[in-house]
Design a protein around this ligand. Structure first.
Ligand SMILES: [Mg+2]
Length: 238
């Protein structure tokens, strides 16, 4: 840190930039539009209606099941899950956000360790592998046996990445309740990706300040390499 950056409140030099980048899956790497469209088809309503009601539930801080129950009170979602999975057919190449693959590839080329870890059923691991994304470690919450926002999920990510230092990991997620808040509470660095309905509509919990706030993954490799190079490089991180 240069003298001009010095702040009397500083407690010392900033810790080094993270060397491990862990990614949430839904709305970070995978566009979940088809998930909602298939549910709408099963419930006999338009995707537009389901998406709008889902957005209202998100704003109210309520679970997505509340939205589903609102539009289709006579359906038991649990009984439709297998049918949904069959129609959905798992992750497809067209579900990938276009910036996902290039971002992971660039991060690995820059020497960062890439982890893919989200709240997903175990079968999504194989589907993600089939998409050919570059990564070092991959695990779904069902395989860990613990789901976000439980801190145990982030413990599992640290163990998988082979570090005991949570500050060495940047967690990239779209949700403040499941991703940013709990990851920050566990001591990870965070990147809030403001895309998808949660990323657009949720707010940050009091006192939580992500190191990065982005609208896409395109800039992430450059920002991380600038962060790693140190504060003398302008525009490293927020
Ligand atoms: Mg997500």
């Amino acid at each position: 840190m240069s003298a001009s950056d010095a702040d009397p409140g500083d407690l010392g030099p900033e810790p080094p930039a993270p060397s491990i980048v862990a990614f949430d899956i839904g709305e970070v790497l995978i566009d979940e539009t088809r998930v909602v469209a298939v549910w709408a088809e099963l419930l006999g309503i338009s995707p537009f209606t389901l998406a709008a009601v889902l957005g209202a539930a998100i704003v109210q801080g309520r679970d997505h099941e509340v939205a589903f129950h609102h539009v289709a009170p006579n359906f038991e979602l649990a009984e439709l899950e297998e049918e949904h999975e069959q129609r959905y057919g798992g992750f497809q190449p067209t579900d990938l956000y276009p910036d996902a693959g290039p971002c992971l590839e660039e991060l690995r080329a820059l020497g960062f360790t890439v982890v893919l870890a989200g709240n997903q059923p175990a079968r999504r691991s194989e589907q993600l592998r089939a998409l050919g994304l570059p990564y070092d470690h991959l695990v779904m919450s069902d395989e860990l046996g613990v789901h976000k926002p439980d801190q145990g999920f982030f413990d599992g990510v640290l163990e998988l990445a082979g570090t005991a230092d949570p500050a060495d990991v940047l967690y990239v997620g779209d949700r403040t309740d499941n991703d940013i808040g709990p990851a920050a509470a566990r001591g990870l660095r965070t990147c809030w990706l403001r895309r998808g309905p949660w990323g657009q509509l949720q707010e940050l919990p009091d006192g939580v300040e992500p190191e990065l706030v982005l609208e896409g993954l395109g800039e992430l490799p450059l920002l991380l390499s600038q962060w790693r190079a140190g504060p003398t490089n302008e525009g490293g991180h927020a």
